[in-house]
Design a protein around this ligand. Structure first.
Ligand SMILES: [Mg+2]
Length: 266
């Protein structure tokens, strides 16, 4: 057996174990999915394509003062401009952790984060640079949680590690622009409240993420406030049509076949 085949089998077993460890966001088709994200030039070409398209769209969406990437927030012409990006599989790749660190827990993700240099998603640093040069601020809304750690007096050490991760892929940012679950009482895993928080002060012209929940509210099988009903495959499919004009036009979704809220809806 070749070393390559051996490594595929080992990686497959490891990712299968990861699958069992994720209750809500379990891996589906873990072997090929993780290997594709880890090794396929096709994957990197897709992410480059997405960020290149978004870069070309910047001047148009900046100039259109009636435009908001948040459907409820048109009429924000007087506000400064912003884009909102998710972090994992949007700004940085977690595939190496998916392949090696098992089972997945947020604590293990934190420990991985502080002990490994973050791997960029191709195209993101160039996009954020272009946006900032045109006066557009960047906010990072992640479902990494604020959690107390034994022996650490910081109430949210994950915020610093996330800022450091983002820096490692070539983007400087700070705590005012990185928004984790639990930083405020109403900031739960439903990202809607954090998008709305940014929209209070900014005209949000673009959203970026690898999960439907980075764009569409109430897309989880386990709803979080203000959502009350579990999402289904059918409800998510309806949102595809309802927001037809946003996909690829202010909404830019990155591929993630490894995990996500899509895996738990029925
Ligand atoms: Mg993500």
């Amino acid at each position: 057996m070749t070393l390559f085949r051996t490594s595929i089998i080992v990686a497959s077993l490891l990712t299968l174990m990861a699958c069992e460890s994720r209750s809500v966001e379990s891996q589906a088709e873990p072997q090929l999915a993780s290997l594709w994200a880890a090794h396929a030039a096709e994957y990197q070409a897709v992410t480059m394509q997405i960020y290149a398209q978004a870069t070309r769209d910047l001047p148009r969406l900046i100039a259109d003062e009636s435009w908001s990437a948040l459907p409820s927030r048109e009429g924000s012409a007087e506000k400064p401009l912003a884009v909102i990006l998710d972090v994992d599989e949007t700004v940085l790749s977690g595939v190496d952790m998916e392949l090696t660190l098992l089972p997945f827990t947020h604590l293990r993700q934190y420990e991985w984060s502080i002990s490994h240099k973050a791997v960029p998603i191709r195209g993101v640093a160039e996009f954020v640079k272009a946006a900032r040069e045109q006066g557009v601020d960047a906010f990072f809304v992640t479902n990494r949680p604020c959690e107390l750690l034994e022996g650490n007096s910081d109430t949210c050490p994950q915020e610093k590690s996330t800022i450091d991760d983002i820096f490692e892929v070539g983007i400087e940012t700070d705590a005012d622009h990185v928004m984790l679950v639990g930083e405020r009482p109403e900031w739960n895993r439903e990202k809607l409240s954090r998008r709305e928080f940014v929209a209070e002060s900014h005209r949000v012209i673009m959203l970026f993420g690898d999960d439907y929940g980075d764009f569409v509210a109430c897309s989880r099988a386990e709803p979080r406030a203000p959502c009350t009903n579990p999402a289904t495959r059918a409800s998510r499919a309806e949102a595809l049509d309802a927001y037809e004009n946003y996909w690829g036009n202010g909404w830019y979704i990155l591929p993630n076949p490894m995990y996500g809220s899509w895996t738990s809806v029925e």
